[in-house]
Design a protein around this ligand. Sequence first.
Ligand code: NAP
Ligand code: GDD
Length: 324
Amino acid sequence: MAKKRAVITGITGQDGSYLAEFLLEKDYEVFGLIRRSSTVNFERISHLQDKLELISGDLLDQKSLVTALQTAKPHEVYNLGAQSFVPASWEQPMLTGEITGLGVTRMLEAIRTTDEEIRFYQASTSELFGKAQETPQSETTPFYPRSPYGVSKLYAHWITINYRESFDMFACAGILFNHESPRRGLEFVTRKITHAVARIKHGIDEELRLGNLDARRDWGFAGDFVQAMWLMLQQDKPDDFVIATGETRTIREFCQVAFDRAGLDWENYVVVDERFFRPAEVNILLGDAAKASETLGWKPETSFEKMVQLMVDHDLEMVAKQSE
Ligand code: NAP
Ligand code: GDD
């Protein structure tokens, strides 16, 4: 039987790399959309490079998306590409809207132009809930985004649903709560903490400066979450699903577990710095993934403690190597 083919946008990012591994294990032919830059940034996929087909393209450029789909002839498209860092969205709101919002319409139009049968996954987010109208949050909770990123993702979410309803496309949106890993970007709070733990342990840094320690997040492991993306596209009909662990913790609690892992007391090192507070905050995220559990049979496998342990251990080793 011919292999299934998938295109992943955002393949150089955290989720893209885990999803590529997952699909390769399922014997897919995997095509990754790569935007041109003056230096290569393939760290997260370098171990897969001989198994992947990389296609040049950008969510800002309609023609490149059409060409990518004509080249790959995919059965499935996973749209993970985005300007995904919330604070940057206040600094570059237009760019965020263009990539994270309108980029989705460009991809949906590219699908309509090439093959309407392509199944489409959109990376929606718990940031849609923002100033949460109820807790826990499920597929029926009203949205109230709190950043230009969240607002762009709201547009992306609804355009996905609109193309499904308007053109009968197999388009799904996964409303994923925060998910982390040793491959998380260094600017996101979890990796910022585990990386700082490693640098402090190795005597390179003396403190870690953070913003709001009281915000709560429902943190899962990225490797578990990409499986849910695939499951959504294997169903008989397209739908939207919340993917979450159902546990919520403060940034303070994350610090405690991460510093503990390295035998350090977080209170001796963490300094609150106003610079890292946001103009509008998302105070509490806690997801109810009952629908995904019932319909997709999806459940998270990696515990919070295990995930933090993976991240701290990875960073301790990485910093040790760097300082050799
Ligand atoms: P990430 O590590 O920041 O990766 C983002 C990816 O998007 C990178 O590969 C980046 O490419 C690519 N990208 C940026 N601008 C692009 C453009 N103009 N055209 C094509 N690609 C572009 O994000 P992630 O954590 O893997 O998240 C994946 C997706 O899920 C994102 O859409 C994010 O908003 C969403 N999401 C994430 C979470 C989470 O907790 N991680 C939760 C819910 C939803 P470069 O390497 O070239 O920069
Ligand atoms: N980044 C960062 N840096 N966040 C901090 C800091 C800091 O120094 N100090 C406190 N925080 C708090 C933020 O105020 C926020 O409440 C929380 O830590 C999490 O911030 P991030 O790790 O940057 O993630 P996020 O929740 O804003 O966004 C991530 O998750 C979304 C899903 O809910 C990103 O991956 C988004 O792309 C994703 O949609």
